[in-house]
Every structure is written in C-alpha cells, then in structure tokens.
Design a protein around this ligand. Sequence first.
Ligand code: 5GP
Length: 188
Amino acid sequence: MAGKLVILSGPSGTGKSTIAKQLLKNEKFNLSFSISVCTRKKREGEIEGKDYYFLTIDKFKSKIEDNEFLEWEEVYPTCYYGTLKIEVERIKSMGKNVIFDVDVNGALSIKRSYKEDAVTIFIKPPSIEALEERLQNRSTETDDNLAKRLRKANMEMAYARKFDHIVINENLENAVKEAEEIVEKFIP
Ligand code: 5GP
C-alpha cells in the first residue's frame, strides 16, 4: 500500500515525534516523514533537510504567494510552519506512505484535502501538568517559549475530539502500541 497519509498532532511535548520515529522504524508501514518548512531557529542537533527545511520569513512568505503549500500556519507568533505540496508528492512518488507531525490546524486541513486517504491521530498528554513538566525537562525552550507552548497546548486540547483517533501518552510503550494498531488497520 502506498500514498496513505498518517497525521500525528497534539501539543508540543506530548511525545509526537518519538511516536512518529517508532512508526517510521516499522518497515511494514512503508512510511516516510514529511519534512516541513519552518522559520524558527534550528535547535542544537537538528539537521537541515532532515528535521525541517529552515527558511527566512521572507522566503516562507514568497512560497505562500506562489501557492507552494498544502497547508501552512503561524503556529506561534512569527513562527511559520508549513507542508510543501512537492514534499508529499516526493514521498508518494517513491511508492511510500507519508507520516506528518503538524499542529492541530495543519492536521485537520490535510485531512480535509485527502479525506479517506488520511488518518488523524491526536497524541494527548495525561494532563496539562504532566505536559508542563515534560516541556520543562526538555530544556530546549526559553521561559518565554515554554509559556507560549503551554498557552497553545490548552487551546489544542480542545481540538482532540475532531480527530479520527486519540492516543493518551501516559506510558510511551503503550502509546506506541496503540498508534501502531491504528496504523495497522489503516494501512493493512
Ligand atoms: P517544533 O518547533 O517543536 O518543532 O514544532 C512546533 C509545532 O509545529 C509542533 O506542534 C509541530 O507539530 C508543528 N508543525 C511542524 N511542522 C508543521 C507543518 O508543516 N505545518 C503545521 N501546521 N504545523 C507544523
């Protein structure tokens, strides 16, 4: 099976990217990660063209004007993130399925475009307090960024019911198993 879209979303710090990595390792799902474009600063250890395509805000805006995005969002003030149409085409043309790690609006927007060819999975933290603790421990964020991410998390939690599936990440191993079961049914 190829050309199916698996969309992971949920607040930052819920373990979305760890779950995505585990799903990517599972060869039977034949998944490849959709590399997004973003305008935030590269974090230590991140690689251009692997984690993200890092662009200036001006370049990002010119891609919006040229209608190059499948979807894009100003996820945090002045931080733009988006999925390029050619990124999805690139992966599909390799005969693979696509996995996304995008914000809630991006997820629902991709689902609107691809309908039954896409499945949306909301990764939920056990509580906002647990999420705060995880973000603090991650220590990749400044206090200001942490506050921004927590404010957004509260809003994002309200979107959970719009997703095809909700996985609560209380225990990573179980959350990965649940996500695998969902993908297994979707990509038989
Ligand atoms: P981070 O800065 O932690 O890498 O990502 C911040 C948020 O942006 C995460 O919720 C992530 O899922 C989301 N994000 C990453 N790429 C995209 C994208 O292409 N489109 C949208 N809408 N959100 C994205």
